[in-house]
Design a protein around this ligand. Structure first.
Ligand SMILES: [Zn+2]
Length: 122
């Protein structure tokens, strides 16, 4: 019997409730609270990729901030990658930078996001 299965597929796209309110916590973001599964869009923009998450963690540990070359060394990422993600982080106000002599120092902007609330570990 040539039973044709085409066209009609189950539509389980019932995700219209709040498409950009919360995002699933990426696996590399360790949840400190077991019940907390989602991140707000703000924090998701910040840690939505593994590279940015590592940047945030690295910067979170260094209160005095880090330069691009320190971050490049520390994270074993290429400098254009680090710069790219730092720019994104800066565009959402997650990091602030300061020119110190010839170097630019980046620091986590703790006050600007609900990092604490969203339990993003540093
Ligand atoms: Zn948040």
């Amino acid at each position: 019997m040539g039973k044709k299965i085409m066209g009609i597929r189950e539509k389980n796209t019932k995700e219209n409730t709040s498409p950009d309110r919360t995002y699933k916590r990426p696996s590399w973001v360790k949840a400190l609270v077991a019940t907390e599964e989602e991140l707000c869009p703000d924090c998701f923009k910040v840690v939505g990729t593994k590279s940015r998450y590592s940047l945030v963690c690295a910067l979170g540990k260094k209160k005095g901030g880090m330069t691009v070359s320190e971050l490049t060394d520390h994270l074993k990422l290429r400098q254009p990658t680090v710069t790219h993600h730092l720019n994104i982080l800066r565009s959402v106000d997650a990091v602030e930078s300061e020119d110190r002599g010839r170097e630019r120092v980046y620091r986590l902007n703790r006050g600007a996001h609900c990092f604490e609330e969203c339990k993003i570990p540093y």
